[in-house]
Design a protein around this ligand. Structure first.
Ligand code: F0G
Length: 444
C-alpha cells in the first residue's frame, strides 16, 4: 500500500458518491454501496477539471509506436484519459497496456444492418480478448493502492479472465467465482492459465454474484465486479476513445450488449462527463441490447422502469446470461442522460449476426453480436434511421467461445443461414481435387 499521505494526496480530487448524489465518502475507503444501500460512482471535480482537460491534452498523448518501457499515459487507451478516470500515481499503474482498439467498417455489415455508416469498435482486441481489461487495469491499480491482500469477482467468464491476468501482473492472489459448466471454454482456460483460484459454483451467475459479495465482505477481499465503481471508470475509456476517434464529433448512436449493465452505466457516465466538460457538444444515443432469454432490463424498459424485473437467465450468449443485473439503476440513468433505448434479440438472431461478422474477417463472441443484431432491429422498427452513424461495440473475441461457433457451423442450429460446414475427405489428391473444383465452380 502507498504511504497513506501519498495515497490521500493522489486521490484527493475524487470521492465516492451515491448515485442520488446525497452521500459521499473518501475515495480511499473500501466500500461498494452507500450507507443507505445505493450504488456508488467515482465523482470527479468537473469544475476543477474544466480548465485542464481538453481535446488537445488527449490528442497529444496518442503515441503510435510503443517504446521499450510501457508508459501507460501514452501507450494505454485507458490511462490517456487518466484525469477523468483515476488520478493514480503513474508508477503505481498496472497496465498491459489496453485499449486503442480499432473501429472496423465493412459494406456488407452496414448493408445488413440497414444504415450508411456502421462502425464496429472491437473491444475483443484488448490484451485478454474483452473490454473487461479497461476496467480491470483501473480496478487492480486501485486494489494495489489500497493494499488489497487478494481480489475476487463473480463472472460469466471475461471478467474472471481479465482479473486473473491483471492480478497476476500485480502479484496479488485472485479468486474467481464462476457458474459451473456455464462459461465458454476459452475464458475458463484463461482463468486457470493466469493462476486464479477458480471456484466453480453449482448455480448460475446471479448465485455466484451474491456469494462473492458475501465472501468479500466477510473475508476482507477486494471485490472487482462492476459493482466496484473504479471498474466502470476504466470502461468509460471505450467512449472517450470513440469520441476521440471521431475527432470529437460524436456518432448518432452507440449500440452495445447489456448483461450486468456495467458498460451501459459506464458509457452513460462517460458521455455525461464529456458533455459537461465541453469535449463534445451533443450526446450520442445509447442502445442497450439484451438476449431475449436474459432480458430483465429490456423488460423493465418496456414498463418505463415502473417495474424492476429479474428472471432466470438462459442464452447462447453466456457472457450476458444474467437475470438480475447489478448496475440496473446506473443503467437507467445512462439511458435517461442519452435519450437511450433498449431492445432484445433472439439467440438465432445473435448467432446469424455473429456468423456475418465472423465471415467478414472481423469476428466476435456471441454476446458481442447482439449489438449488431440489435442495431438491425432498431433500424427495422424505425428507431435508428438509415442516414444516422452507428457505432456497435464488439465486446469479446471470437476465440473466447469456440464451442458456440463450431456448433453453428456443424448443424446444431436449425436456421444457421451462414453455416460453413467442414467436409471430410479421403487422403488422396483425386478426392481433394474433386472437392476443390466443386467448391470453386459454386463460387463462380
Ligand atoms: N459482452 C461480453 C463479451 C461480456 O463478457 C459481457 C459481460 C457483456 C457483453 C455485458 O457487459 O455486464 O457490462 O452489461 N460479462 C461479465 C463477465 C458479466 O463476468 O465477464 P455488462
Amino acid at each position: 500500500m502507498l504511504h497513506e499521505k501519498t495515497l490521500n494526496e493522489a486521490l484527493a480530487t475524487i470521492s465516492l458518491r451515491s448515485i442520488d448524489e446525497q452521500e459521499s465518502y473518501p475515495a480511499g475507503q473500501i466500500r461498494y454501496l452507500s450507507d443507505s444501500g445505493l450504488l456508488l460512482d467515482v465523482a470527479h471535480d468537473l469544475d476543477a477539471l474544466r480548465s485542464t482537460v481538453t481535446r488537445e491534452l488527449f490528442d497529444q498523448r496518442v503515441r503510435h509506436a510503443p517504446g521499450p518501457k510501457i508508459d501507460p499515459v501514452t501507450d494505454s487507451g485507458v490511462w490517456r484519459y487518466r484525469e477523468l478516470i483515476l488520478p493514480a500515481p503513474v508508477n503505481s499503474i498496472v497496465s498491459r497496456p489496453e485499449g486503442n482498439t480499432p473501429l472496423y467498417e465493412h459494406p456488407c455489415m452496414s448493408e445488413w444492418v440497414g444504415v450508411n455508416s456502421l462502425y464496429l469498435k472491437h473491444e475483443g482486441e484488448n490484451p485478454t480478448g474483452s473490454f473487461k481489461d479497461r476496467g480491470m487495469t483501473v480496478g487492480v491499480t486501485q486494489a494495489v493502492l489500497m493494499g488489497a491482500q487478494a481480489v475476487a469477482c463473480a463472472s460469466t467468464g471475461n471478467t474472471s479472465a481479465s482479473m486473473a491476468a491483471y492480478a497476476a501482473r500485480a502479484g496479488i492472489p485472485a479468486f474467481v467465482f464462476i457458474p459451473a459448466g456455464k462459461i465458454a471454454a476459452g475464458k475458463l482456460a484463461q482463468a486457470l492459465a493466469y493462476g486464479a483460484h477458480t471456484l466453480q459454483v453449482n448455480g448460475d451467475f446471479d448465485d455466484a454474484m451474491r456469494l462473492v459479495q458475501q465472501v468479500c465482505e466477510q473475508l476482507g477481499i477486494y471485490l472487482l465486479n462492476s459493482l466496484n465503481p473504479f471498474r466502470l471508470e476504466g470502461q468509460k475509456s471505450i467512449v472517450f476513445e470513440i469520441l476521440q476517434g471521431f475527432d470529437w464529433n460524436p456518432p448518432d448512436w452507440i449500440v452495445l450488449p447489456g448483461g450486468n449493465l456495467g458498460n451501459t452505466a459506464a458509457f452513460g457516465k462517460a458521455l455525461h462527463e464529456a458533455h459537461t466538460l465541453g469535449l463534445i457538444d451533443h450526446l450520442p444515443r445509447l442502445a442497450t441490447i439484451q438476449a431475449e432469454g436474459a432480458s430483465p432490463f429490456y423488460q423493465s424498459y418496456l414498463t418505463q422502469f415502473a417495474e424492476h424485473k429479474s428472471m432466470k437467465a438462459n442464452t447462447v450468449a453466456t457472457a450476458i446470461s444474467i437475470g438480475n443485473p447489478v448496475s440496473y439503476e446506473r443503467a437507467i440513468r445512462a439511458l435517461k442522460w442519452t435519450n437511450g433505448v433498449s431492445i432484445s434479440v433472439t439467440d438465432e438472431e445473435i448467432m446469424n449476426a455473429k456468423a456475418l461478422i465472423d465471415s467478414t474477417g472481423i469476428g466476435c463472441e456471441p454476446a458481442s453480436a447482439a449489438s449488431v443484431a440489435g442495431a438491425r432491429k432498431l433500424v427495422d422498427n424505425g428507431t435508428i434511421s438509415p442516414d444516422e452513424t452507428v457505432v456497435g461495440i464488439l465486446t469479446g473475441n471470437l476465440l473466447k467461445d469456440p464451442t458456440a461457433t463450431v456448433d453453428y457451423h456443424t448443424g446444431k442450429w436449425p436456421n444457421a443461414k451462414l453455416a460453413n460446414q467442414p467436409v471430410r475427405v479421403e487422403p488422396t489428391l483425386a478426392a481433394v481435387q474433386t472437392e476443390i473444383e466443386r467448391r470453386l465452380s459454386k463460387a463462380h
